[in-house]
Write a protein that binds this ligand. Structure first.
Ligand SMILES: [Zn+2]
Length: 410
């Protein structure tokens, strides 16, 4: 048994202003006590003047890619051409970067050759837990087709879902619109017919799993909501006029209890000048006609409306897709939720308790509570006063195992 004492604490739901003493036995939390708790004799106590909180959950990563510019080695497209050894090496590096950023669970929503499932099943001590979707289902030549998830027709879609289920995925991901980074796809349009998308939902639910949809467009979100998906990734709601805030759609998302992961968390210091982007991305950015600052303002407005409507928000960073989206940026996505009007405690819940619920891990992680896995993070400073303290992990325990000191440098 060991005891971790911290002057400040966030327990997955709220701040405990007086701090906490957490008892850890093996892989689990054995007790949650007051800061002044008199620990039993022989129990080693480690004290911190920072904030103790649950290890972070990034609900949208791509472990097979590390965030190198589109088309270059290390990018998501390039992962399409890698063999098992190359994929496994990328996955190991991405996991290490996540752990260094205080992440103890990742939900992978875009795999190649099911290698994240292999990594999930042989999870080594100290590695973040993986929740895996396998290669996303997409239409022929559709968004992220290079990851190998192309399916066509109602029967083809059903067979694709069944194949994923047989291979042991935890969740199914389907591409309901095009994406910025895939040549020839339409970020304003939809992918799949309504019948195909409904078949994917039916087949996934029959297996007892959740199905979540990538959608950049408003049309794609309407398409996915009508088909009955459980979650929306990005949900940027792009229309040719810009970033939409459609009250009817947002109230339907809330009414159907659909989770939204807005995938914020852009590190603009790593943005690539537009003239260095691939031609098809340049064209799409020009067609969009919005600056990054305008996008940030539009999305904060949109998210504020979703929160007013009571939509459940979780935080994924879409890690691995581009240089501003390297792994380990999930803290930025949490901090950016303040712009949409969330309190620091609400913003933190999107990357801890609510994300655990979304991943089916309510009884495993995401909260500081007796009986759960000891996935614990200490950051410098008082998080309730300054959420950017999340950028400074001091210590991380993954299922009770303390990782060596890995203070971030950037
Ligand atoms: Zn993604």
């Amino acid at each position: 048994m060991l005891a971790i004492r911290a002057a400040h604490c966030y327990d997955g739901g709220s701040f405990r202003p007086d701090g906490v003493t957490v008892l850890v036995e093996g892989e689990r939390i054995a007790g949650v006590e007051a800061v002044g708790y008199d620990v039993p004799e022989g129990v080693e106590v480690t004290s911190y003047d920072g904030t103790l909180l649950p290890g972070l959950i990034d609900a949208h990563v791509h472990l097979v890619a590390e965030g190198i510019r589109p088309g270059a080695p290390g990018s998501l497209e390039a992962a399409g051409a890698l063999g098992d050894d190359g994929l496994d090496a990328a996955i190991a590096r991405s996991l290490a970067t996540n752990a260094a950023a205080g992440v103890t669970t990742v939900r992978d929503l875009g795999d190649r050759r099911y290698r994240t499932l292999v990594a999930r099943d042989r999870r080594t001590t100290g590695e973040p837990r993986i929740v895996a979707a396998g290669p996303p289902l997409t239409v022929p030549e559709g968004h992220c087709h290079y990851l190998g998830g192309e399916v066509e027709g109602v029967e083809g879609v059903r067979a694709g879902v069944r194949d994923h289920v047989e291979r042991g995925v935890d969740v199914v991901k389907v591409m309901a619109s095009g994406g910025l980074l895939t040549l020839g796809t339409d970020i304003f349009g939809v992918q799949f017919s309504p019948e195909e998308l409904r078949a994917a939902v039916e087949e996934t639910h029959r297996a007892g799993l959740r199905i979540i949809a990538h959608c950049q467009s408003e049309a794609g979100a309407r398409h996915a909501v009508a088909a009955g998906v459980d979650g929306l990734e990005h949900a940027t709601l792009l229309s040719p006029e810009g970033i939409a805030v459609p009250d009817d759609l947002i109230s339907e998302i809330a009414a159907r209890d659909i989770t939204v992961d807005p995938t914020l968390g852009m590190d603009l210091s790593r943005a690539i000048p537009i003239e260095q982007m691939p031609a098809h991305v340049q064209e799409m950015v020009q067609r969009l006609g919005l600056t990054p600052a305008q996008i940030a303002v539009g999305r904060a407005r949109q998210l504020a409306r979703m929160i007013e409507h009571g939509v459940r928000i979780v935080t994924g960073s879409d890690a691995g897709v581009t240089p501003p989206k390297r792994h380990g940026n999930v803290w930025r996505a949490v901090v950016q939720l303040l712009d949409a009007g969330l309190t620091p405690a609400q913003a933190l819940a999107t990357a801890t308790s609510l994300a655990a619920d979304e991943c089916g891990l309510t009884d495993t992680t995401g909260r500081i509570a007796e009986g759960l896995n000891a996935d614990l993070l200490v950051v410098d400073g008082d998080l309730s006063a300054d959420l950017t303290a999340l950028a400074h992990p001091r210590q991380l325990w993954v299922r009770g195992t303390l990782l060596p000191g890995q203070r971030r440098t950037a």
